[in-house]
Design a protein around this ligand. Structure first.
Ligand SMILES: Cc1ncc(COP(=O)(O)O)c(C=O)c1O
Length: 461
């Protein structure tokens, strides 16, 4: 039987230690190709660790091709190349990514790798390289390539009913970059209010600009209007279509109340519409920008959720009366996004691939969400939890009861190989505890049984 030592001071999760030990033995040929591995139950008993620890380690080894399984027979060692072709431990450490690997990740900002349209991307890349070779080598205007900006105008009209002028559209390297642009445009001396809880990246950008943001609680309808009126900041930064992390969609009454506040006090709203295209039920909610009649709203959206966060491409729509001020301030600077990618995305929208891709993503995410909820509901875990805010895109909440603090729950999850955050970790002030934020955007259908087991192990009393 395989025997490995589990030191009490072990710095790694147990499953990762076990995975490393078995992998090393396979590389060193201590475990020979096609050797049968002990059953999960037998190994767990022998090493005095949990069944789920062995299962997580085996799953990871299987994903990486070190072992394979045969139905009803068990797990076997794969024939991997000899040591010379495999990087040494030292080399592996050198090459290692600083980011931690988890068996299941319900936290990171990822998209399903199976749905990225690689084939279309390759085809459009060839098309752009052939047809646009002159254009490609000319530096794009500061606001972005005209082709992409005018396709964004078409997309906004078709998808959200927003009618904007191409000169209002600015393309930039992700929403964080564009928040910086708005801050420079409006001024660092202004009072900015953010939602509490909220996306951590947003407050980080304000703080790195020397701004101490004001935090306004989110109630059942979004940013609380009474606090907003009494604090009366210069700018309110909100995500009404689908608040992160609570998942709340702001109803029309609150939208109108916030617009009225902005109009009466001559304030601005930053509307962060980051995942509105991926709403899974009903139609996309009309943005504040569409119902605003007094040019009080800066609208932002990103290709991070619809295409991939690795692209780092987002866009901003500035109020019409700000165009001149914007151009005076930024015209001397360069666009932060490569023309290559801009022209590919422009072709993607223009030729209908983007819309088809969004529909496909919606179906994929809906399927994953439904399967995940179905599995949760049919497992014994459902007696310990309740599910909330599952209709908008890409994440929902699980309320649970536990003797552990939220921080202890996050740590326990990590030791099981599960990356998940608690809602309280996104708060500045008031904290709603005992709630997990389940971001399923990077989850594969095949990961669902393991996800349920890990959540069950996490929440067992
Ligand atoms: C509120 C919010 N805005 C924007 C984004 C996307 O940001 P970026 O375009 O920088 O990837 C996210 C990602 O999770 C988010 O939660």
């Amino acid at each position: 039987m395989l025997t490995y030592h589990f030191d009490s001071n072990l710095q790694l999760p147990k499953y990762e230690h076990l995975y490393n030990c078995i992998k090393e033995d396979i590389i060193q040929k201590k475990l020979k190709p096609h050797d049968k591995l002990p059953s999960k139950r037998a190994l767990a008993k022998h090493l005095q660790i949990s069944h789920i620890t062995v299962e997580t380690a085996y799953d990871q080894l299987k994903i990486e091709g070190y072992i394979y399984s045969v139905e009803k027979s068990g797990y076997f060692v794969q024939d991997v190349p000899t040591q010379a072709k495999v990087p040494s431990r030292k080399q592996e450490q050198k090459n290692a990514q600083p980011t931690k690997r988890y068996a299941i990740d319900l936290k990171s900002n990822t998209v399903s790798t199976k749905t990225f349209p690689f084939h279309t991307w390759a085809k459009l890349t060839r098309q752009v390289l052939t047809n646009e070779n002159q254009n490609l080598l000319i530096k794009a205007p500061q606001k972005g390539c005209h082709e992409l900006r005018s396709e964004i105008v078409n997309h906004l009209y078709k998808f959200h009913g927003i009618d904007v002028d191409v000169e209002q559209v600015v393309v930039g390297a992700g929403t964080e970059y564009l928040y910086n642009i708005i801050i420079q445009l409006i001024g660092r001396d202004k009072r900015y209010a953010l939602e509490d809880p909220g996306h951590k990246g947003i407050s980080r950008v304000y703080r790195s600009n020397g701004i101490d943001p004001l935090f306004i609680p989110v109630d059942g309808q979004g940013m609380a209007i009474q606090q907003l009126e009494s604090i009366n900041p210069d700018i309110a930064h909100i995500s009404p279509a689908h608040h992160f992390p609570t998942g709340i969609t702001m109803p029309i009454q609150r939208r109108l109340a916030i617009l009225k506040w902005a109009y009466l006090n001559q304030r601005y709203i930053i509307e962060d519409d980051y995942d509105s295209e991926l709403r899974l039920k009903g139609n996309p909610v009309p943005p504040l920008f569409k119902i605003d009649q007094h040019e009080q709203v800066f609208y932002m959206n990103t290709f991070s959720k619809t295409l991939s966060p690795s692209l780092r491409i987002a866009y901003l729509v500035i109020p019409h009366h700000m165009i001149k001020h914007y151009e005076e301030q930024f015209n001397g600077f360069s666009c932060s996004v490569s023309s290559f990618e801009q022209l590919i995305i422009a072709a993607m929208i223009n030729q209908g691939y983007f819309e088809r891709h969004i529909n496909r993503m919606r179906n994929t995410y809906k399927k994953i969400r439904d399967l995940l909820i179905e599995h949760l509901e049919s497992s014994s875990i459902i007696d310990k939890i309740s599910i909330k805010e599952e209709q908008a895109g890409l994440h929902f909440l699980i309320k649970y009861k536990s003797q552990l603090t939220d921080l202890e729950i996050e740590k326990k999850a990590q030791s099981l190989g599960l990356n998940v955050s608690t809602l309280s970790s996104y708060y500045q002030n008031y904290k709603e505890t005992q709630t997990l934020v389940i971001n399923y955007s990077g989850l594969d259908e095949l990961d669902i049984p393991l996800t349920i087991q890990l959540l069950d192990a996490l929440l067992e009393y």
